[in-house]
Design a protein around this ligand. Structure first.
Ligand SMILES: NC(=O)c1ccc[n+]([C@@H]2O[C@H](COP(=O)([O-])OP(=O)(O)OC[C@H]3O[C@@H](n4cnc5c(N)ncnc54)[C@H](OP(=O)(O)O)[C@@H]3O)[C@@H](O)[C@H]2O)c1
Length: 332
């Protein structure tokens, strides 16, 4: 057993990570992240001194801690590149690594994202970056700052990249279920393209697996959970047909939206999400696979999550219908 401090333990992934770490026998200390505001130029230049203000007090919180998991950050895929985004996703992990180094913490596992590789044909465990959204850029900067910290210090850093994560109560899961209920299920090709999605319980298990190993590589990617565009739609909208769109037309429409998506971050994020469903994206089998790690939650857990999300989407639609202009459903 070791003492593991989890930052962002109040969040979606932090909660799952803390649970899995406790189940693995670790003592888990929930810690709150500092809120930092800084622009990318200041952060990468020599002038950024704000971190020093927090470093010593943060290091004091890590006294006697063996490992740190950073599940804190700004997980908003449609966010603009603001000082809050850079502060949460790049300055904060840098500060945390510095504090870990100061406190003599042996290991840091940082939650990054597959979005740092953008549209790469194959998601892998390399440092080839191609982010397409401001969110992806801020997470890329966080990884690069941690790479510098790993090269210059004693701290053993692992960057873990989950893809889109689904789970109970998650807005993205509810929104996907509502989308599947309301709109045609569109894709390009035969629908058998792999889709990089994960269940939050499997993310927690992967974090625990990383810490179970004496040492992990600098980058660890989440393994493919077996979904294709077709199986994901079938899970969330059983029985509904798949509509195949012409690839060339879709690519040209997305291409037309791209320049606007570059400055209108929410549009860029929506287009990127649509691309994933239309074209899919492959994941290389990485280090977790070589360690014999298999996501513990399989198809049955996906089915259960989708059934709950569908139920909630149906209820929301019924409520909207009942409070509609006809007044149907109002008390007599
Ligand atoms: N959800 C996904 O689909 C997904 C996919 C890939 C990667 N990730 C990454 O995983 C990490 C956790 O995501 P999540 O979905 O669990 O997010 P979340 O539910 O929003 O939780 C993030 C936690 O970070 C802390 N936090 C909030 N604002 C912050 C700020 N401005 N600066 C620093 N910390 C802040 C909060 O914890 P405290 O109040 O306890 O500090 C919050 O509970 C993020 O770094 C995200 O980029 C998420």
């Amino acid at each position: 057993m070791s003492r593991v401090a989890v930052f962002g333990a109040s969040g979606f992934i932090g909660t799952a990570s803390a649970t899995a770490l406790r189940q693995a026998g670790h003592e888990v200390l929930a810690r709150r992240a500092r809120r930092l505001w800084v622009d990318a130029e200041t952060l990468t230049g020599s002038a950024w001194s704000a971190g020093r203000v927090h470093r010593a007090s943060l290091a004091a919180e890590l006294d006697g801690v063996d490992a740190v998991v950073n599940a804190a950050g700004v997980a908003t895929s449609g966010a603009a590149l603001t000082p809050a985004l850079v502060g949460g996703n790049a300055a904060w992990p840098r500060l945390l690594a510095e504090a870990c180094e100061l406190a003599g913490v042996a290991r840091l596992v940082h939650l990054s994202t597959a979005a740092v590789q953008g549209r790469a044909h194959l998601l892998d465990e390399t440092l080839h970056y191609a982010p397409v959204t401001p969110y992806g850029r801020s997470k890329t900067l966080g990884e690069q700052l941690l790479r510098d910290a790993a090269e210059g210090g004693q701290l053993d850093i692992t960057i873990y990249r989950p893809p889109s994560v689904h789970g109970p109560g998650r807005h993205m899961t509810a929104a996907f279920a509502a989308f599947c209920r309301r709109f045609p299920l569109v894709t390009c090709g035969d629908g058998n393209q792999p889709v990089p999605v994960a269940l939050v319980g499997n993310i927690g298990a992967a974090v625990a697996a990383i810490l179970r190993a004496e040492h992990a590589p600098f980058v660890v990617a989440h393994p493919h959970e077996g979904h294709t565009v077709r199986t994901l739609y079938e899970t969330f909208a059983p029985g509904r047909p798949l509509c195949v769109l012409p690839t060339a037309l879709v690519r040209s429409l997305l291409g037309m939206a791209e320049p606007t998506g570059q400055w209108l971050a929410p549009l860029g994020a929506v287009c990127r999400r649509a691309e994933l469903l239309l074209f899919g994206q492959a994941q290389q089998s990485g280090w977790l696979g070589t360690r014999g790690f298999a996501p513990p939650l399989g198809r049955a857990a996906w089915d259960q999550l989708a059934a709950e999300a569908r139920g909630a989407a149906d209820e929301a639609a019924d409520r909207a219908h009942a409070s509609g202009p006809t007044g149907a459903g109002a008390p007599a």
